[in-house]
Design a protein around this ligand. Structure first.
Ligand SMILES: Cc1cc2nc3c(=O)[nH]c(=O)nc-3n(C[C@H](O)[C@H](O)[C@H](O)COP(=O)(O)O)c2cc1C
Ligand SMILES: Cc1ncc(COP(=O)(O)O)c(CN)c1O
Length: 270
Protein backbone atom coordinates (compact mmCIF):
# COMPACT_ATOMS: atom_id res chain seq x y z
CA UNK A 1 0.00 0.00 0.00
CA UNK A 2 2.66 2.45 1.08
CA UNK A 3 4.77 1.68 -1.98
CA UNK A 4 1.86 2.29 -4.31
CA UNK A 5 1.27 5.64 -2.72
CA UNK A 6 4.88 6.62 -3.06
CA UNK A 7 4.96 5.49 -6.67
CA UNK A 8 2.02 7.68 -7.44
CA UNK A 9 3.73 10.62 -5.83
CA UNK A 10 6.94 10.18 -7.75
CA UNK A 11 4.98 9.84 -10.95
CA UNK A 12 3.27 13.09 -10.12
CA UNK A 13 6.61 14.80 -9.66
CA UNK A 14 8.07 13.29 -12.80
CA UNK A 15 5.36 14.17 -15.27
CA UNK A 16 4.16 17.27 -13.48
CA UNK A 17 0.51 16.41 -13.42
CA UNK A 18 -1.66 19.26 -12.25
CA UNK A 19 -3.34 18.71 -8.87
CA UNK A 20 -6.70 18.14 -10.49
CA UNK A 21 -5.25 15.56 -12.86
CA UNK A 22 -3.72 13.82 -9.89
CA UNK A 23 -6.98 13.80 -7.99
CA UNK A 24 -8.63 12.31 -11.04
CA UNK A 25 -5.86 9.72 -11.19
CA UNK A 26 -6.33 8.86 -7.57
CA UNK A 27 -10.05 8.42 -7.96
CA UNK A 28 -9.85 6.22 -11.03
CA UNK A 29 -7.06 3.97 -9.86
CA UNK A 30 -7.42 0.98 -7.70
CA UNK A 31 -4.69 2.52 -5.64
CA UNK A 32 -6.97 5.36 -4.70
CA UNK A 33 -7.67 3.71 -1.43
CA UNK A 34 -4.03 3.32 -0.76
CA UNK A 35 -3.38 6.96 -1.40
CA UNK A 36 -6.17 7.91 0.95
CA UNK A 37 -5.20 5.39 3.60
CA UNK A 38 -3.46 5.68 6.90
CA UNK A 39 -0.16 4.50 5.56
CA UNK A 40 0.29 7.62 3.54
CA UNK A 41 -0.86 10.06 6.10
CA UNK A 42 2.45 10.65 7.83
CA UNK A 43 4.17 11.42 4.61
CA UNK A 44 1.77 12.77 2.09
CA UNK A 45 -1.70 13.38 3.56
CA UNK A 46 -4.69 11.24 3.76
CA UNK A 47 -7.03 12.17 0.98
CA UNK A 48 -7.03 13.47 -2.54
CA UNK A 49 -8.69 16.59 -1.23
CA UNK A 50 -5.89 17.35 1.19
CA UNK A 51 -3.41 16.43 -1.44
CA UNK A 52 -4.86 19.05 -3.72
CA UNK A 53 -4.33 21.69 -1.03
CA UNK A 54 -0.76 20.71 -0.37
CA UNK A 55 0.35 20.34 -3.95
CA UNK A 56 -1.34 23.27 -5.61
CA UNK A 57 1.98 25.16 -5.68
CA UNK A 58 2.98 25.75 -9.31
CA UNK A 59 6.36 24.30 -10.21
CA UNK A 60 8.80 25.96 -12.61
CA UNK A 61 9.13 22.91 -14.92
CA UNK A 62 5.45 23.06 -15.79
CA UNK A 63 5.88 26.72 -16.76
CA UNK A 64 8.59 25.82 -19.26
CA UNK A 65 6.32 23.14 -20.63
CA UNK A 66 3.41 25.50 -21.07
CA UNK A 67 2.80 25.84 -24.77
CA UNK A 68 0.11 25.62 -27.35
CA UNK A 69 0.26 24.18 -30.84
CA UNK A 70 -0.86 26.66 -33.44
CA UNK A 71 -2.48 25.43 -36.57
CA UNK A 72 -4.68 27.42 -38.84
CA UNK A 73 -5.51 28.58 -42.29
CA UNK A 74 -2.32 29.48 -44.13
CA UNK A 75 -1.87 33.19 -44.69
CA UNK A 76 -0.91 33.72 -48.31
CA UNK A 77 0.28 36.84 -50.06
CA UNK A 78 -2.47 36.42 -52.64
CA UNK A 79 -5.17 36.49 -49.95
CA UNK A 80 -4.13 39.80 -48.46
CA UNK A 81 -5.72 43.14 -49.29
CA UNK A 82 -3.62 45.58 -51.28
CA UNK A 83 -3.62 48.04 -48.43
CA UNK A 84 -2.98 47.23 -44.76
CA UNK A 85 -5.95 49.18 -43.41
CA UNK A 86 -8.36 47.05 -45.45
CA UNK A 87 -6.57 43.96 -44.12
CA UNK A 88 -6.80 45.31 -40.57
CA UNK A 89 -10.52 45.90 -40.99
CA UNK A 90 -11.01 42.29 -42.04
CA UNK A 91 -8.99 40.88 -39.15
CA UNK A 92 -10.57 43.25 -36.65
CA UNK A 93 -14.00 42.04 -37.72
CA UNK A 94 -12.85 38.44 -37.35
CA UNK A 95 -11.40 39.13 -33.88
CA UNK A 96 -14.69 40.71 -32.83
CA UNK A 97 -16.74 37.85 -34.29
CA UNK A 98 -14.52 35.35 -32.41
CA UNK A 99 -15.64 36.97 -29.15
CA UNK A 100 -12.22 38.28 -28.12
CA UNK A 101 -12.84 40.57 -25.14
CA UNK A 102 -11.80 44.15 -25.88
CA UNK A 103 -10.42 43.40 -29.35
CA UNK A 104 -9.46 47.08 -29.54
CA UNK A 105 -7.07 46.74 -26.57
CA UNK A 106 -3.55 47.14 -27.88
CA UNK A 107 -0.13 47.25 -26.32
CA UNK A 108 1.51 50.62 -26.92
CA UNK A 109 5.29 50.70 -26.70
CA UNK A 110 7.10 54.02 -26.46
CA UNK A 111 10.62 55.09 -25.51
CA UNK A 112 12.11 58.17 -23.92
CA UNK A 113 14.60 60.33 -25.83
CA UNK A 114 17.33 58.38 -24.05
CA UNK A 115 15.90 55.11 -25.34
CA UNK A 116 14.27 53.84 -22.15
CA UNK A 117 11.32 51.74 -23.31
CA UNK A 118 7.93 51.23 -21.68
CA UNK A 119 4.74 49.46 -22.69
CA UNK A 120 1.12 49.54 -21.57
CA UNK A 121 -2.34 48.77 -22.94
CA UNK A 122 -4.52 51.48 -24.46
CA UNK A 123 -7.77 51.28 -26.39
CA UNK A 124 -7.94 51.92 -30.11
CA UNK A 125 -10.72 54.46 -30.64
CA UNK A 126 -10.56 55.01 -34.37
CA UNK A 127 -8.47 54.50 -37.47
CA UNK A 128 -8.38 55.50 -41.11
CA UNK A 129 -5.71 55.78 -43.78
CA UNK A 130 -3.93 58.40 -41.65
CA UNK A 131 -3.43 56.03 -38.73
CA UNK A 132 -4.57 54.59 -35.40
CA UNK A 133 -5.98 56.82 -32.66
CA UNK A 134 -5.97 56.37 -28.87
CA UNK A 135 -6.65 58.81 -26.04
CA UNK A 136 -4.66 59.52 -22.95
CA UNK A 137 -3.20 62.07 -20.57
CA UNK A 138 -0.53 64.10 -22.41
CA UNK A 139 1.44 64.46 -19.15
CA UNK A 140 1.57 60.72 -18.44
CA UNK A 141 4.73 58.70 -18.95
CA UNK A 142 3.64 57.74 -22.49
CA UNK A 143 2.66 61.36 -23.17
CA UNK A 144 6.10 62.58 -22.10
CA UNK A 145 7.84 59.85 -24.10
CA UNK A 146 5.91 60.78 -27.23
CA UNK A 147 6.63 64.51 -26.75
CA UNK A 148 10.36 63.83 -26.87
CA UNK A 149 10.42 60.78 -29.17
CA UNK A 150 7.45 60.68 -31.53
CA UNK A 151 7.63 57.00 -32.47
CA UNK A 152 5.61 54.06 -31.23
CA UNK A 153 4.80 50.43 -31.78
CA UNK A 154 1.31 49.00 -31.33
CA UNK A 155 0.45 45.37 -30.85
CA UNK A 156 -2.92 43.64 -30.94
CA UNK A 157 -2.52 40.30 -29.10
CA UNK A 158 -5.38 38.17 -30.38
CA UNK A 159 -4.29 34.88 -28.79
CA UNK A 160 -7.64 33.15 -29.12
CA UNK A 161 -7.45 33.26 -32.92
CA UNK A 162 -3.66 32.74 -33.04
CA UNK A 163 -3.05 36.14 -34.54
CA UNK A 164 -1.23 39.34 -33.77
CA UNK A 165 -1.02 42.61 -35.63
CA UNK A 166 1.90 44.96 -35.17
CA UNK A 167 1.97 48.58 -36.23
CA UNK A 168 5.17 50.64 -36.13
CA UNK A 169 5.11 54.30 -36.93
CA UNK A 170 5.47 57.94 -36.14
CA UNK A 171 3.10 59.70 -33.78
CA UNK A 172 1.36 63.07 -33.68
CA UNK A 173 -1.27 64.67 -31.47
CA UNK A 174 -4.72 64.88 -33.03
CA UNK A 175 -6.46 68.26 -33.16
CA UNK A 176 -8.04 69.72 -30.02
CA UNK A 177 -11.44 69.65 -31.78
CA UNK A 178 -11.17 65.93 -32.51
CA UNK A 179 -10.15 65.21 -28.90
CA UNK A 180 -12.99 67.36 -27.58
CA UNK A 181 -15.53 65.50 -29.67
CA UNK A 182 -14.39 62.17 -28.28
CA UNK A 183 -13.99 63.45 -24.70
CA UNK A 184 -17.56 64.71 -24.69
CA UNK A 185 -18.83 61.32 -25.87
CA UNK A 186 -17.36 59.54 -22.82
CA UNK A 187 -19.47 58.69 -19.76
CA UNK A 188 -19.60 61.51 -17.18
CA UNK A 189 -17.64 59.49 -14.60
CA UNK A 190 -14.76 58.86 -16.99
CA UNK A 191 -14.61 62.55 -17.88
CA UNK A 192 -14.31 63.48 -14.19
CA UNK A 193 -11.80 60.64 -13.82
CA UNK A 194 -9.63 62.18 -16.53
CA UNK A 195 -9.60 65.45 -14.53
CA UNK A 196 -8.96 63.70 -11.22
CA UNK A 197 -6.01 61.61 -12.37
CA UNK A 198 -2.58 63.14 -12.78
CA UNK A 199 -1.78 60.03 -14.74
CA UNK A 200 1.49 58.29 -13.83
CA UNK A 201 2.23 60.63 -10.88
CA UNK A 202 2.73 59.16 -7.42
CA UNK A 203 -0.36 59.54 -5.19
CA UNK A 204 -0.29 59.45 -1.39
CA UNK A 205 -3.33 57.19 -1.02
CA UNK A 206 -6.55 55.89 -2.54
CA UNK A 207 -8.39 58.29 -0.23
CA UNK A 208 -6.59 61.28 -1.67
CA UNK A 209 -7.49 60.14 -5.19
CA UNK A 210 -11.16 59.65 -4.29
CA UNK A 211 -11.31 63.01 -2.53
CA UNK A 212 -9.96 64.66 -5.68
CA UNK A 213 -12.59 62.92 -7.78
CA UNK A 214 -15.40 64.06 -5.43
CA UNK A 215 -14.14 67.63 -5.39
CA UNK A 216 -14.07 67.79 -9.19
CA UNK A 217 -17.46 66.12 -9.54
CA UNK A 218 -18.89 68.76 -7.20
CA UNK A 219 -17.23 71.48 -9.27
CA UNK A 220 -18.74 70.18 -12.52
CA UNK A 221 -21.96 68.35 -11.68
CA UNK A 222 -22.93 68.27 -15.36
CA UNK A 223 -20.57 69.03 -18.23
CA UNK A 224 -16.88 69.06 -17.34
CA UNK A 225 -14.75 71.00 -19.85
CA UNK A 226 -12.14 69.22 -21.95
CA UNK A 227 -8.84 69.14 -20.03
CA UNK A 228 -6.01 70.69 -22.04
CA UNK A 229 -3.71 67.90 -20.75
CA UNK A 230 -5.88 65.13 -22.24
CA UNK A 231 -6.44 64.05 -25.83
CA UNK A 232 -5.63 61.77 -28.70
CA UNK A 233 -2.52 60.59 -30.44
CA UNK A 234 -2.42 59.17 -33.94
CA UNK A 235 0.11 56.49 -34.89
CA UNK A 236 0.94 56.84 -38.59
CA UNK A 237 2.08 53.39 -39.74
CA UNK A 238 5.38 52.94 -41.49
CA UNK A 239 5.05 49.16 -41.20
CA UNK A 240 2.15 46.85 -40.40
CA UNK A 241 2.66 43.15 -39.80
CA UNK A 242 -0.01 40.43 -39.83
CA UNK A 243 1.01 37.28 -37.94
CA UNK A 244 -0.83 34.00 -38.12
CA UNK A 245 0.30 31.08 -35.93
CA UNK A 246 1.23 27.85 -37.72
CA UNK A 247 2.43 24.38 -36.87
CA UNK A 248 6.02 23.79 -35.66
CA UNK A 249 6.46 27.52 -35.01
CA UNK A 250 6.61 28.00 -38.79
CA UNK A 251 4.25 30.94 -38.60
CA UNK A 252 3.10 33.20 -41.40
CA UNK A 253 4.26 36.79 -41.13
CA UNK A 254 3.31 39.24 -43.80
CA UNK A 255 4.45 42.81 -43.47
CA UNK A 256 3.39 45.90 -45.37
CA UNK A 257 6.12 48.52 -45.62
CA UNK A 258 5.37 52.06 -46.69
CA UNK A 259 7.54 53.25 -49.60
CA UNK A 260 7.23 56.40 -51.73
CA UNK A 261 5.28 54.65 -54.51
CA UNK A 262 3.06 52.73 -52.07
CA UNK A 263 2.81 49.72 -49.75
CA UNK A 264 5.21 46.84 -50.35
CA UNK A 265 4.25 43.42 -49.01
CA UNK A 266 7.03 41.17 -47.70
CA UNK A 267 7.11 37.80 -45.96
CA UNK A 268 9.24 37.58 -42.81
CA UNK A 269 10.80 34.47 -41.30
CA UNK A 270 8.84 33.27 -38.29
C1 LIG B 1 -7.64 47.13 -21.23
C2 LIG B 1 -6.97 48.43 -20.85
C3 LIG B 1 -7.23 49.56 -21.59
C4 LIG B 1 -6.63 50.77 -21.28
N1 LIG B 1 -6.87 51.84 -22.06
C5 LIG B 1 -6.25 53.01 -21.81
C6 LIG B 1 -6.42 54.11 -22.69
O1 LIG B 1 -7.08 54.04 -23.73
N2 LIG B 1 -5.80 55.25 -22.36
C7 LIG B 1 -5.01 55.38 -21.25
O2 LIG B 1 -4.48 56.46 -21.01
N3 LIG B 1 -4.81 54.34 -20.41
C8 LIG B 1 -5.41 53.15 -20.67
N4 LIG B 1 -5.19 52.08 -19.84
C9 LIG B 1 -4.26 52.25 -18.70
C10 LIG B 1 -2.82 52.12 -19.23
O3 LIG B 1 -2.52 50.75 -19.47
C11 LIG B 1 -1.77 52.70 -18.29
O4 LIG B 1 -1.84 52.11 -17.01
C12 LIG B 1 -1.89 54.21 -18.14
O5 LIG B 1 -2.25 54.83 -19.35
C13 LIG B 1 -0.60 54.83 -17.63
O6 LIG B 1 0.44 54.51 -18.52
P1 LIG B 1 1.84 55.32 -18.56
O7 LIG B 1 2.22 55.62 -17.14
O8 LIG B 1 2.80 54.38 -19.22
O9 LIG B 1 1.63 56.57 -19.34
C14 LIG B 1 -5.76 50.85 -20.15
C15 LIG B 1 -5.49 49.71 -19.40
C16 LIG B 1 -6.08 48.52 -19.75
C17 LIG B 1 -5.74 47.28 -18.95
C1 LIG C 1 -7.14 55.76 -17.88
C2 LIG C 1 -7.90 55.45 -19.14
N1 LIG C 1 -8.05 56.42 -20.05
C3 LIG C 1 -8.72 56.20 -21.19
C4 LIG C 1 -9.25 54.98 -21.48
C5 LIG C 1 -9.90 54.85 -22.84
O1 LIG C 1 -11.10 54.31 -22.86
P1 LIG C 1 -12.48 55.11 -22.68
O2 LIG C 1 -12.34 56.42 -23.36
O3 LIG C 1 -13.47 54.18 -23.30
O4 LIG C 1 -12.67 55.29 -21.20
C6 LIG C 1 -9.11 53.93 -20.57
C7 LIG C 1 -9.68 52.59 -20.89
N2 LIG C 1 -9.50 51.59 -19.95
C8 LIG C 1 -8.41 54.17 -19.37
O5 LIG C 1 -8.21 53.22 -18.44
Amino acid sequence: MFRQCKALMSRYRRVNLTPSQLVLGLRTRRSAKAAGGERCSGIYHTSAQQYRLVDATPRPPSLAGLRRTYEGEPLLEADLAADPFAQFTLWFQEATAAGIPEPNAMVLATASAGGRPSARIVLLKGYDERGFVFYTNYESRKGRDLAENARASLLFPWHAIRRQVRVDGTVSRISHEESAEYFNSRPYGSRIGAWASRQSAVVRSREELDARYEKLAARWPEEPPVPDFWGGFRVHPVEMEFWQGQLDRMHDRLRYRRTPPGWVLERLAP
